[in-house]
Design a protein around this ligand. Structure first.
Ligand SMILES: [Cu+2]
Length: 373
């Protein structure tokens, strides 16, 4: 097991060392001594990430889950503004599944990173700070940016460093952002993704609830379901063989923090895929999307009455629907094998039954059923 762990880490450590040394040369600044020591000694994984307890431990992980209701309200009618966005890249130990912890890399300690909301025509000032205790370099590439690398080079920051840039939001839409530091797939798989909404002129149609959901894969050395601290697998990552699929950072994220609505209300889900590799066939079991914006194109007319919406890695979709019947609706990727690797969430709808739309002939027996699909 030990040999496996170390052989799995070697390419990553080599990348880290090369990047760190390259940056040190560029900045004519020595790397933090601890980083070099750790790379030179090719230590066990546990020693490599000796972060302070505030960054979480396998015994006391930090909560990395982004609540699906944690997003800014719609923007009121206004002219273009200068909007400041502060991102901090961190390396923390969080809970991946019940009894299982993982060393995440994040924007602002959550997966996905903060939902950023601006309006077309705004100028967005991005300030990225890489936490003092980071081991890796990090940056951010916004898909909403028109400019080199989406800002990746302008924000490439060594541990403790702050970088930034500004851009004009030229095109409305819902866009993914992610860390683009090599090895990019590794930084994304470890949790470094989020979304920015560029509202169109006039905003989006009013709904009762908006939610923020992102899908990702996690590649661990240990098999799905292994308890304790599990480690990333380079081999599985480059072979695209994830052990876990997650919504909002962990297998329990949207089960313990369900989306909530009442009968008769309208909901909008901002759905994106961090990936890094798997396209999602996003579906809500027992619901039909009244309106769907494929590829999150908000300047195109929405499709009507859609069951499942394909969403690629580094892409997004927006769906809207009215909830009519109380119950638990399960969010899935309809490539349903992924449900067996942790991928499911709950939309909890409360309110009166409406038997003209749905009538169960034996609700007592149904209450005992485990079937959801
Ligand atoms: Cu990164």
């Amino acid at each position: 097991m030990r040999t496996l762990k170390i052989s799995g880490r070697r390419p990553l450590l080599a990348t880290a060392a090369a990047l760190a040394l390259g940056t040190a040369a560029l900045l004519t600044q020595p790397l933090p001594a601890y980083a070099l020591d750790k790379v030179a000694a090719a230590p066990a994984v546990e020693q490599m990430h000796s972060h302070p307890a505030g960054s979480g431990t396998p015994q006391a992980p930090v909560n990395v889950v982004r609540d699906p209701a944690d997003l800014p309200k719609p923007i009121e009618a206004r002219g273009p503004q200068h909007i400041k966005v502060n991102l901090e890249t961190t390396e923390v130990t969080g809970q991946l599944a019940d009894g299982t912890t993982y060393h995440y890399w994040t924007f602002n300690n959550k997966v996905p990173g903060p939902f950023i909301r601006v309006k077309v025509g705004d100028t967005v000032e991005v300030n990225l700070k890489n936490h003092d205790d980071s081991v890796m370099m990090h940056n951010v590439d916004f898909h909403a940016v028109t400019g080199p690398g989406g800002g990746a080079k302008a924000t490439e920051a060594a541990p403790g460093e702050s970088r930034g840039f500004s851009f004009k939001a030229l095109s409305p839409g819902l866009y993914v952002y992610h860390c683009a530091t090599p090895m990019v797939a590794q930084h994304i798989a470890n949790g470094m993704y989020g979304m920015i909404l560029v509202e169109p002129e006039g905003g989006l149609p009013k709904v009762d609830h908006e939610f923020y959901v992102m899908q990702g894969e996690i590649y661990t050395e240990q098999a799905f379901g292994t308890k304790g601290l599990v480690e990333e697998s380079y081999e599985k990552l480059v072979s695209e063989r994830p052990e876990y699929f997650v919504f909002n950072g962990s297998t329990d994220a949207l089960k313990k923090n369900p989306l909530k609505a009442k009968v008769g209300e309208t909901v909008r889900i901002f759905f994106g895929v961090g990936g890094p590799n798997y396209t999602s066939s996003f579906h809500v079991i027992g619901e039909i999307f009244d309106k769907a914006y494929p590829m999150a194109s908000l300047s195109s007319a929405p499709l009507k009455d859609v069951q499942t919406i394909t969403t690629p890695p580094g892409g997004a979709s927006v769906v809207e629907f009215k909830v009519e019947i109380p119950g638990n609706y399960v969010l899935v990727d309809h490539a349903l094998s992924r449900m067996e690797r942790g991928l499911a969430g709950i939309l909890k709808v409360e309110g009166p039954e409406n038997e003209t739309i749905f009538k169960d002939f034996n609700p007592q027996k149904s209450a005992l059923s485990t079937g959801g699909h």
